[in-house]
Design a protein around this ligand. Structure first.
Ligand SMILES: Nc1ncnc2c1ncn2[C@@H]1O[C@H](COP(=O)(O)OP(=O)(O)OP(=O)(O)O)[C@@H](O)[C@H]1O
Ligand SMILES: [Mg+2]
Length: 238
């Protein structure tokens, strides 16, 4: 579903590689956790898969299409690390706006928005209030709802749990499991290792732009002998 072939990225001619010789294949329906310390290259990699950044070398295909193609935009959803939402719009107006970009009919959108907000347990009283007055967790939920508005086949989530309280994290975890049960392919960046341990079919650890570990959670933790946190610390401090 997602194929990265020998991807490298330098932001400028004399900068070091932010991502170096990264190859990765994510099959349909997989939940993949992309882990790594700050500055390792997670967001850069995700933005190349979304067509928002161009690799310096290497090729990427998303469901057989170039990430830059218009086709690919129809079947992907993206939750960015720093979601900038229109603060003068209400949640409902913002989500209608996002859905209309995809050409989803109004009646259908109404149902989707109500379903998403319910699944994310977004407070009903806030739906018609401007986003500018929301808490971080509320904005995070609207960011997630916008990522799913087009019912994407592939969902890219950049740190979806960061800044959430334990209840919010549980809701996002449940949402990811629900999306998996719907056959979606999910690629997420995270630092929250115990959540990744529970959710992921496979994990990859990136350090200084290089993929240094790849495998199922059971493989990398040696069938649970170690925690994912032990493995992560071992690998990044090597
Ligand atoms: N727009 C940019 N211009 C120049 N360098 C950049 C740019 N964005 C990222 N970098 C560099 O690329 C490297 C990887 O950054 P990236 O944001 O991909 O890391 P990350 O793994 O997502 O980190 P974090 O966990 O902090 O979000 C870093 O060294 C960073 O300084
Ligand atoms: Mg990042």
């Amino acid at each position: 579903m997602i194929q990265l072939n020998n991807i490298s990225k330098k932001y400028s001619g004399n900068a070091p590689y932010s991502v170096h010789n990264l190859s990765l294949h994510i099959p349909e329906g997989e939940v993949f956790g992309f882990l790594g310390p700050n500055g390792a290259g997670k967001t850069t990699t995700m933005k190349m898969m979304l067509g928002l950044l161009t690799p310096t070398s290497g090729t990427i295909t998303i469901n057989g299409h170039s990430p830059k193609s218009q086709e690919s935009k129809h079947f992907i959803g993206f939750f960015p690390e720093n979601a900038h939402l229109y603060k003068y719009l209400t949640a409902e107006e913002f989500l209608f706006f996002c859905g209309e970009i995809f050409g989803i009919p109004k009646d259908e959108l109404k149902i989707r928005i109500a379903d998403l907000l319910k699944r994310l347990q977004f407070p009903e009283e806030a739906v018609k209030r401007p986003i500018g007055g929301y808490s971080k967790g509320m904005m995070q939920r609207i960011g997630l709802a916008q990522a799913l508005i087009n019912d994407p086949k592939i969902v890219f989530l950049d740190e979806p749990m960061s800044g959430l309280d334990p209840l919010g994290r549980r809701q996002v975890k449940d949402l990811i499991l629900y999306l998996k049960s719907q056959g979606k392919t999910i690629f997420f960046n995270s630092h929250i290792l115990n959540d990744a341990e529970v959710l992921c079919d496979r994990v990859g650890i990136i350090r200084n732009g290089e993929l240094v570990l790849l495998g199922s959670v059971s493989e990398v933790t040696e069938k649970g002998k170690k925690t994912l946190e032990d493995v992560f610390l071992e690998v990044v401090m090597r």
